[in-house]
Design a protein around this ligand. Structure first.
Ligand SMILES: [Zn+2]
Length: 92
């Protein structure tokens, strides 16, 4: 899906329509091997032997969730758009 870089949308802070910049939400990188589950898994995987826990392969959902973020050009506040499952989301 192609989406324009700038749109006019309602800003709840300014209480009127403003020009907004569109970007895509990117989740922050997980702090690998820090969570309790990860530490437990690594402890189990250590040493000799095979894969200790099953590896998930049968993923039913093929498309990833995309969440557009609109940043107001006046107050610089960011608002979430409607999230959707699509293969490709391009901002022009
Ligand atoms: Zn605003």
């Amino acid at each position: 899906m192609n989406a324009p870089k700038e749109t006019r949308r309602y800003c709840p802070h300014c209480k009127q329509h403003q020009k907004m910049k569109r970007t895509v939400y990117k989740p922050g990188k997980a702090r690998e091997n820090m969570a309790a589950g990860w530490r437990r898994y690594n402890k189990k995987q250590r040493g000799y032997g095979t894969q200790s826990k099953p590896v998930f392969h049968k993923n039913a959902k093929l498309n990833k969730c995309t969440l557009p973020i609109f940043t107001c050009s006046v107050c610089k506040k960011a608002w979430h758009g409607n999230s959707m499952r699509i293969k490709k989301y391009e901002i022009q």
